[in-house]
Design a protein around this ligand. Structure first.
Ligand code: HEM
Length: 376
């Protein structure tokens, strides 16, 4: 199991090759004190340096009479490729009561707004939004859990867990060195994703540049994180023919190749038709609607995970895709596409969006820096 540097121009956990597991957490800040919010971000940064290096939080043991500084369940486990990625939500700038609790209102990026209500959304407020988020990814779920648990513990009295999501398997590749994994519908997911190796494309589609938003120069080198908890009707899917399943995605199930022919990484040909003139990649198929050629050239870096939270009271599996995407501008790269998919995507019939969040992830930190420093 590897170890990823915590420091750098960008936060880790974005173009880092997607790890096997995720534990995502969203927090409400419960204090009105700017100083305590800053102290929390500093404490979290210090702990993140330790955790991502595979060390105990707090540098070891305290007096025997005190609770241990680290909760202990990761003792003896390697770093397991742990990355911790921090973000701030729109409500940090204007709280639920509309007040500017921390004097940050003037620095809110214009694009950092609660995502709009999309057609067919069925959002649970207790699984949505939040003032702060932490995405923990690791190859060992115990290591990811341990990280979120200890950060939550450090936040006691300053921020409280609002919602969290455990993901058990990656549904994307973020490096061309990785095999494409499969989602719970059994299809390869991540084939056409933005990859770490596409450096020019990352600057164009992923990283916020200086000058993108004059109010939010602190976000340069950062990015936006879109989170959507998408419940998948797998029982219905499992009664659908393979022909229909492939038609819905526009790719074949075995290889992930476009239905216009070729192999997994070959370019889909949307003009190709069958003998009767029907497009081989149907007009309402997911890859056609999501393709950059249909979206003003926009791309996104997807980094989602399969999840299950047991079953519903109706005896169906409560399972799906915890969709995470990183974009330079959600207003251009996510919102229009989500509107299109919700209205036209053949896949939508099998989905229900039950949770949502938008966060701005500040740039990475140097040796003395702390996450979010530029904001204060
Ligand atoms: C592509 C599955 C939701 C955006 C794909 C592919 C699959 C897939 C199998 C083709 C392989 C690939 O290139 O990765 C799913 C499933 C979803 C879901 C099962 C829900 C449970 C979404 C959402 C969005 C999205 C909500 C964004 C609003 C994209 C994009 C592509 C893609 C941009 C690449 C299109 C291309 O460039 O060819 N998805 N997806 N997907 N999906 Fe999704």
């Amino acid at each position: 199991a590897g170890m990823y540097a915590f420091e750098g121009p960008h936060q880790a956990g974005i173009v880092t090759p997607a790890q096997d597991r995720m534990y995502f957490a969203s927090f409400d800040v419960t204090t009105r004190s700017r100083e305590r919010l800053v102290a929390l971000l500093q404490d979290w940064t210090r702990a993140a340096r330790e955790l991502t290096a595979g060390r105990e939080v707090g540098g070891g043991t305290l007096p025997y009479a005190d609770p241990p500084a680290d909760t202990g369940e990761a003792i003896g486990l390697p770093a397991s490729g742990l990355t911790l990625t921090f973000g701030v939500g729109p409500s940090l700038f204007t709280g639920a009561d509309g007040t500017d609790r921390f004097g940050l209102g003037g620095r809110r990026p214009a694009a950092l707004e609660t995502l709009p209500h999309f057609p067919k959304d069925h959002l649970d407020p207790s699984r949505s939004d939040g003032d702060l988020c932490v995405q923990a990814c690791a190859d060992d779920p115990q290591v990811a859990f341990h990280a979120i648990r200890n950060l939550t513990r450090l936040a006691f009295g300053t921020a409280a867990l609002r919602w969290s999501q455990l993901g058990f398997g990656r549904t994307s590749s973020t490096s061309s060195s990785q095999e494409t994994p499969r989602n719970l519908f059994g299809f390869k997911d991540g084939t056409a994703n933005l990859k770490a190796e596409e450096s020019g494309e990352l600057d164009r589609h992923l990283w916020v540049a200086a000058g993108d938003d004059p109010r939010a120069d602190w976000l340069a080198g950062g990015t936006y994180l879109v989170a959507r908890r998408i419940s998948m009707r797998i029982e219905t899917w499992d009664r659908t023919s393979l022909r229909e399943q492939e038609g819905i995605f526009g790719r074949d199930r075995a290889q992930g190749a476009p239905l216009s022919g070729g192999r997994e990484f070959d370019r889909p040909d949307f003009t190709a038709t069958s003998r009767d003139g029907a497009p081989l990649i149907a007009t309402g198929s997911h890859v056609r609607l999501a393709h950059p050629s249909q979206n003003d050239g926009h791309r996104m870096l997807r980094r989602g995970y399969n999840y299950t939270d047991g079953d519903t009271s109706l005896g169906r599996m409560d399972a799906g895709l915890f969709f995470v995407a990183f974009v330079r501008d959600p207003a251009r790269q996510y919102i229009p596409l989500q509107n299109t998919l919700a209205r036209q995507d053949a896949l939508t019939e099998y989905l229900q969006h039950t949770g949502s969040g938008l966060f701005a992830c500040p740039p990475g930190v140097g040796p003395d820096g702390w996450i979010g420093e530029g904001l204060f």
